[in-house]
Design a protein around this ligand. Structure first.
Ligand code: TXA
Ligand code: MG
Length: 326
């Protein structure tokens, strides 16, 4: 058992990772739980620490497209366009892989997910290492992703030696995942920090959405309906109507831009008082973590406008609700 040290030392992070240990790393989306992507004995520790099933593949992080090319068999022109437009940034590309990538990283799939994260500390770390980093979100399997150091400490602090402290995550929802069909045309697998509209603006074409899968045999765990769930039951709907129905219970409120009358503010979280979707995304998981820690019986939540980043937020809210129904 460990008690994770927390700090900003790139040297310590390098040492642990080079020895095949796990380090939690900040990214602009959420904190990741990183290991040397090329060493199966290191990667296996990720699955152990998260209690994550091994059929669930991992994203490989590098500091540039060039640093990832030896892992990739083919890079379709649209992938290069998207990498140039959005990296470093909250976009993951699913691409045919070479034999250099351990099977454990892709769960045996012939495609690997790759991303250049937009966080200065982690970019420096990646640039200093002779290998890329496999990193899922740094939460136990099925729980909400961490967007602050405290979340990682609470959830995985006893399972890892070091947390690299990069402050609160700027974007707050995971990366968007884009794959390519046989003709090399982009398809969206997970809504995330880059909106479908932004991707379409770069490609000048509509991109088909393959999400969220209703199946429990997803190609991407982000497609599992119950993913990203808090422990406290969460119900979505019109807040006034939900309150009328459930108001006798000890409820917490997760609202988009306005507090609800009649409930103490301490039990409410407002995602963005100015109704800004980027701000709402940034605050979403922290608000869910906080309400989860408040001992309420039930969280009443509302959807946000379903455009741009709002789709990623609504997707996470619906999954949080789905868990309670499962
Ligand atoms: O923003 C993010 O993407 C964060 C930060 C740490 O980079 N990472 C993250 O990782 O959200 P994770 O493991 O929680 O979600 C990655 C998703 C999973 O749904 C996984 O199934 C999918 O990517 N994925 C990874 N490799 C894949 C592959 N080879 N084929 C299909 N899906 C893949
Ligand atoms: Mg995750």
């Amino acid at each position: 058992m460990y008690k994770a040290r927390v700090g900003t030392s790139l040297e310590l992070a390098q040492d642990f990772l080079s020895q095949g240990e796990l380090v939690a790393i900040p990214t602009e989306t959420v904190y990741g739980l990183a290991a040397n992507a090329l060493e199966p004995y290191a990667v296996i520790k990720i699955f152990e620490a998260k209690n994550r099933p091994q059929f669930n593949p991992l994203i490989v992080h590098g500091d540039s497209l060039e640093s990832l090319t030896s892992l990739l068999k083919v890079i379709p022109p649209q992938a290069i366009q998207l990498a140039e437009a959005f990296w470093p940034g909250p976009l993951t590309l699913l691409l045919p892989r070479t034999a250099k990538v351990p099977d454990l990283v892709t769960a045996g799939s012939d495609r690997v997910a790759v991303r250049v994260p937009g966080h200065p500390l982690t970019l420096s770390l990646l640039a200093s290492l002779p290998f890329p980093l496999a990193a899922p979100s740094a939460n136990p399997f099925g729980y909400i992703s961490p967007t602050r150091v405290e979340h990682v400490q609470e959830q995985l602090g006893q399972k890892i030696p070091y947390i690299l402290d990069g402050g609160a995550c700027e974007i707050g929802v995971e990366s968007s995942i884009v794959g390519f069909d046989k003709a090399g045309n982009a398809e969206l697998y997970r809504s995330g920090g880059i909106s479908a509209e932004a991707i379409e603006a770069i490609l000048g074409a509509h991109i088909p959405r393959f999400l969220p899968a209703k199946t429990q045999k997803p190609t991407s765990s982000g497609q599992l309906k119950s993913h990203y769930a808090p422990h406290t039951p969460l119900i979505l709907g019109d807040l006034e109507a939900l309150l009328a129905k459930h108001g006798r219970k000890n409820v917490g409120i997760l609202a988009f831009s306005q507090a609800l009358a009649g409930i103490p503010l301490a039990r409410q979280r407002i995602l963005s008082p100015s109704a800004n979707l980027a701000e709402a995304a940034k605050n979403l998981f922290a608000a869910m973590h906080e309400l989860d820690g408040q001992g309420v019986d039930l969280v009443l939540a509302e959807l946000v406008p379903n455009t741009g980043l709002g789709r990623a937020i609504n997707d996470r809210l619906k999954r949080a609700q789905a868990k309670n129904k499962a």
